[in-house]
Design a protein around this ligand. Sequence first.
Ligand code: CP3
Length: 346
Amino acid sequence: MSDNTTAPLLVAARGGVPSRTPVWFMRQAGRSLPEYRELRKGTAMLDACLDPEMVCEITLQPVRRHDVDGAILFSDIVVPLKAAGVDLDIVPGTGPVVAKPIVTRGDVDALPLLEEHQVQPVVDAIGLLNAELGDVPLIGFAGAPFTLASYLVEGGPSKHHERTKALMHADPELWHALLDRIADITAEFLRVQVAAGVKAVQLFDSWAGALSERDYREFVLPHSARVLATVDSVPRIHFGVGTGELLPAMREAGADVVGVDWRTPLDVAVRRLREAAPELPPPVVQGNLDPALLFAGETALRREVDRIVAEGRAAAGHIFNLGHGVLPDTDPDMITKAVEWVHRAR
Ligand SMILES: Cc1c2[nH]c(c1CCC(=O)O)Cc1[nH]c(c(CCC(=O)O)c1C)Cc1[nH]c(c(CCC(=O)O)c1C)Cc1[nH]c(c(C)c1CCC(=O)O)C2
């Protein structure tokens, strides 16, 4: 098995010069692929996530099909909560739904911690994957404390996160106790993945963009920082949606690579990161094709790919990705083409 030290994704993540611009797509494994839909027939999402052979096969599907430079472990941000014993499910078309949302101190104290044996199927899947993947690095991931807290407090997906923000401001002590507990679970889940052999990790704080920078720094950053500090032996990617105002703070939390959504051009993101922390090494970024542009036809898509590769040159390293996940109705051939164009762009 290779140690992937020359894999373009890992070279770029360290700010080096890769042999080609590395590219992978968030949600590359999943509903855009007919072979995924076929395999998942009759198996619930969370059951699939805890079946090592299925996790291995679904993780490999986009690697075989698209020639991407990274494999993202097929799982979900709520898997460690479910494995630890939280009563929740992933409802098709809705997302994670929690049976008993968190309201009181008693609810927080009752949140279980994660024990390694509870995610043994994920450990087994990582073993199977590393035997199959060759030089393509496997990326592990977890949901960040704020995004997981939003599901636990709201009880499901939320547009405005009003219960979450109300708890944060009305009872900061309870809020910090909750995030502390979630950070323990998330940190343990990432630690287990790294020990099992993932080569990089991504911390998804998908909904952090709902916060002001002030609230992010006070109520979220210290907890995400504690999580990221536990996995400093591998490159750490930190991503959220709508986080143009938060990019320097998200880097400060301990990111080696800052994920950028499509709203902020990469050269602008790099300038913000540099200006906020001139003492740090030049920034490395990941992003940031708008997932909707995979529907725009070849001419428009190619133009966008070229623009993003050019803007990414402002960074010390650039990992090409979407600005958020692949949409379910995406034509997989457009993903394959986008990957080809990223690799050819000079
Ligand atoms: C917020 C969030 C979730 N899950 C995740 C996030 C963070 C990333 C983001 O911001 O999109 C992370 C996630 N979820 C999934 C992956 C797999 C790996 C990959 O990126 O390819 C990853 C990295 C699989 C999945 N997770 C889910 C699916 C779809 C379920 C299915 O195929 O039956 C997949 C492939 C379910 C899920 N899980 C979640 C949602 C909102 C949904 C969609 C619900 C729906 O519309 O049906 C919560």
